[in-house]
Every structure is written in structure tokens, then in C-alpha cells.
Design a protein around this ligand. Structure first.
Ligand SMILES: NC(=O)c1ccc[n+]([C@@H]2O[C@H](COP(=O)([O-])OP(=O)(O)OC[C@H]3O[C@@H](n4cnc5c(N)ncnc54)[C@H](OP(=O)(O)O)[C@@H]3O)[C@@H](O)[C@H]2O)c1
Length: 289
């Protein structure tokens, strides 16, 4: 049993922290909106605190899953932050999707205090978090990873060290770039098939066994054809992630012409009121024009 803390009980963090508790660990949680932390303790047991600093006191491993770079700085740095309460020798694993720069910044700030930081964004969505089946891509030091990975296994089907600090976030960027292009291609295919009058369930059953198969096709193809988007991974989050990719591409010289175009399509979805719609809502632009 490891003494752990979890900071940020959102759509992802709430069930992830639950899997840590179910895995037998001693879990203390913190959430900015206290009611969610109270609900979590009611459901899972464990303890809660009213600041990140208080939550992490005595913890061997701390996990967080908040929104973006600024949120991350606000829960880590400052008088009430994670770094103010965490002892030297502890490990900090951040599951937020954020920039590689903030991952490197926190790694350096942690190192000064003897805290090993691992950037560990996840893929697998709300369902992956609820089922404890996330894919976790990590950046950081091998020794800290070796201690943290078996604990993170509670909410994951795979936990992999990708390289130096920031490498987890860079891997997640690759993931998001691939998804953007894939969802646009899938939307165009589904829309084409519908306009051609095909039975789309039959189409999906057939081409889903061939070279066009993808997670998006298996899990989103059918709902896209029905125009159902009120679930899943929000367009707002996707645009946040793509903006991180564009910023990083300025540093490494990668060209992202199709991704940039699709980002603008997502801006159109937002303008139609789809900020919280699933990313498969690119289909809405084609099916409703
Ligand atoms: N949802 C997905 O399918 C998915 C999949 C993969 C990765 N992600 C990534 O995982 C992260 C979390 O996503 P989510 O869907 O769980 O988001 P969410 O439901 O909006 O939860 C965000 C959490 O962060 C907390 N938070 C935000 N800003 C904060 C701040 N400044 N100080 C303290 N706490 C703060 C929120 O507290 P309150 O409760 O007080 O608002 C909440 O607990 C994001 O980086 C997202 O891109 C999400």
C-alpha cells in the first residue's frame, strides 16, 4: 500500500483516483470545488483536504489531472501548492494534457526540492478512466517511473516511459494530431456514404474489418451517422490540445497543414454551440450544410 494523493477530481480524475483506492492504496484527494471531493470520499472512503499542499503531506506519490498549463501551475506552485507540501524523495505524476514546456518547467522546479516529476498524459477518454483502461505516456527519470508505474497501473492498461521530461506530452501531441486528421476523414466518409443512400451500419460492419478500421470508426462511426455528439471528448479540450501542438511545431519545424485546417473546423463547431460536443462532431459541419 502506497500513501498517495490525487489533485483534480474531474471527469477523468474522479474515476482514476477511485481506481487507486480500489487498488488498495491510501488515498487523499483535493478538488477546487469541495463538493466533488466530499462526494468522492463518500463513495470511496479515503480522506480529503482543502488545499493541494495539505492533501500531499506525507504522500509518497502524488497524481494530478487538471485542465491546462495555467491550472497546473496554480495547483503546483505557490504557498498552498503541491510543491509546498511534498517531501523530498516523493514522486509527482501529472496526468493533465499540457505543454512539454510546462512539464520541463515543473521537472526543474521539483528537482530543486528533491521531487521527481513525471509528465503522464493519458489517452482512452472518460470510458478508459472509468474502466481503468487508460494508456499513459510518460516523460521523466527511469528510477521514479519504475516506482510510480505499478501504482498508475491501477487506472491503466499500459504505462510507458517515452523519454526525458516532456516526452509524455510530446507523445500525446502526436496522438491528438493523428486523431484530428482521422476524425475528419471518417466524417467525410460517413457523410459521403449517407448521401449515397447506403445502409451505414452495414458499411461500418464491412469496412470496420478492413484497412479503414480505427478506434474512432469502432466507437464513433455509428453515433456520427445518427448525429449524436452530447458525450465524449469535448471540442474545447481538443482545441486546447491542438494549440499546444501548434506551439510545439513552431519549435520543431513540423508542418501541420491539415491539422490547422481541422482546428478551424472545430472553431466552427464551437460557433454552432458544440463546445462540449464530442470531437466526432466534425460530422455536424458536413451533414448539416
Ligand atoms: N475528458 C477526456 O475524455 C480526456 C481524455 C484524455 C485527456 N484529458 C485531459 O485530462 C485533463 C482533465 O480533463 P477532464 O475531462 O477531467 O476535465 P474536467 O472534468 O473539466 O476536470 C478538470 C479538473 O481540474 C480542476 N481544475 C481546473 N482548473 C483548476 C485550477 N486552476 N485549480 C484547481 N483545480 C482546477 C477542476 O476542478 P473543479 O471541479 O473545481 O472545476 C476539475 O477537478 C485535461 O487536461 C484534458 O485535456 C481528458
Amino acid at each position: 500500500m502506497t500513501k498517495v494523493a490525487f489533485i483534480g477530481l474531474g471527469v477523468m480524475g474522479y474515476p482514476m483516483a477511485g481506481h487507486l483506492k480500489a487498488g488498495g492504496h491510501d488515498v487523499t484527494v483535493y478538488n477546487r470545488t469541495t463538493a466533488k471531493a466530499e462526494a468522492w470520499v463518500e463513495q470511496h472512503g479515503g480522506a480529503m483536504a482543502t488545499t493541494p499542499r495539505a492533501a500531499v503531506e506525507g504522500a509518497e506519490i502524488v497524481f494530478s489531472c487538471v485542465g491546462n498549463d495555467d491550472d497546473l501551475r496554480s495547483v503546483t506552485l505557490g504557498d498552498d501548492g503541491i510543491f509546498a507540501g511534498l517531501a523530498s524523495g516523493a514522486i509527482y505524476v501529472d496526468n493533465t494534457t499540457a505543454s512539454a514546456n510546462v512539464a520541463r518547467e515543473l521537472y526543474a522546479a521539483g528537482k530543486e526540492k528533491g521531487i521527481a516529476c513525471i509528465d503522464a498524459p493519458v489517452s482512452g477518454g472518460q470510458a478508459g478512466a472509468e474502466n481503468g483502461q487508460l494508456t499513459v505516456m510518460c516523460g521523466g527519470d527511469q528510477a521514479a517511473f519504475d516506482k510510480a508505474a505499478p501504482v498508475a497501473d491501477c487506472y491503466a492498461k499500459a504505462v510507458t516511459l517515452m523519454g526525458a521530461p516532456g516526452a509524455g506530452q510530446l507523445t500525446k501531441m502526436v496522438n491528438q494530431i493523428c486523431i484530428a486528421g482521422l476524425v475528419q476523414g471518417l466524417s467525410e466518409g460517413m457523410n459521403f456514404g449517407m448521401r449515397a443512400g447506403l445502409d451505414m451500419e452495414k458499411v461500418l460492419a464491412v469496412i470496420g474489418k478492413g484497412a479503414a478500421q480505427s478506434w474512432q470508426m469502432d466507437n464513433r462511426g455509428s453515433t456520427m451517422c445518427k448525429g449524436e455528439f452530447e458525450f465524449g471528448f469535448a471540442v474545447d479540450w481538443m482545441r486546447k490540445d491542438l494549440s499546444i501542438c501548434f506551439e510545439e511545431a513552431k519549435n520543431n519545424g513540423a508542418r501541420l497543414p491539415a491539422t490547422a485546417l481541422i482546428d478551424q473546423f472545430y472553431a466552427q463547431v464551437q460557433a454552432r454551440g458544440g463546445k462540449r460536443w464530442d470531437t466526432s462532431s466534425l460530422m455536424h459541419l458536413l451533414a448539416n450544410d
